[in-house]
Design a protein around this ligand. Sequence first.
Ligand code: ADP
Ligand code: ADP
Length: 226
Amino acid sequence: MIEMRDASKRYDAGTPALAGVDLSVGQGEALAVLGPSGSGKSTLLNLIAGLDRPSQGTVTVAGLRIDELSEAASARYRRERIGMVFQFFNLLDDLTVDENVILPARLAGMSRDKARARADELLDYLGLDKRHARAYPGTLSGGERQRVAIARALINRPALLLADEPTGALDTASAAGVTDLLTGLNRDGQTILLVTHDTALAAACAGRTIELVDGRIARDVRAVAR
Ligand code: ADP
Ligand code: ADP
């Protein structure tokens, strides 16, 4: 699903943010990326999301050479092939929950009826009811908002779900709920790459963990059994 070959990113003359990273992530895997601040985690995520290009090397996701996409193709790739979940949810506060979830499907050309049916199914799967669906994000708890963000990320059935500190802004109970959700999604076959400091999330959800240090993969560990 993800193939990075000798990927490096250099922003300036100093130490590279990523240095010769080789990484293969298979379909159905859940990979957690750990590492201290400044170790290159965001840079890695940005290269996979096509938000930034490597200075050297190649990035292939779901058969697409992400490092060679035009701006338009890259935007389309983000809209239709990957789902992204962030620490602070990034929901649109002027739209209701179901409008937030439906938007990426409409932008990808899905009919209103199909998008609405898929949103209802997802919200249900994620434990949100009709009352939540008609509410505005600002009236929901952090844990509920992150569920909405996950529903939005999944509406176009992405090949890959990218999550950047998805439990970073949540209390312990909400974080545990989101952890269960991501773990269940992976069990159902969703490929997930998550950047996190939350070791409980990494341990529960990820079958494999890599640790970045100074832009290099310092450790690559597979869980024996979960
Ligand atoms: P992490 O996400 O692990 O904290 P980052 O990928 O954000 O690490 O950063 C890796 C290194 O690259 C850091 O030294 C950071 O300061 C540097 N860096 C990241 N983005 C930029 C940028 N846009 N311009 C210059 N340096 C950057
Ligand atoms: P993180 O919490 O992932 O470490 P940061 O707060 O370090 O994020 O960085 C936030 C944003 O700033 C990112 O988009 C990153 O690429 C950019 N950035 C990080 N370090 C630098 C830098 N030294 N110069 C310019 N941009 C940077």
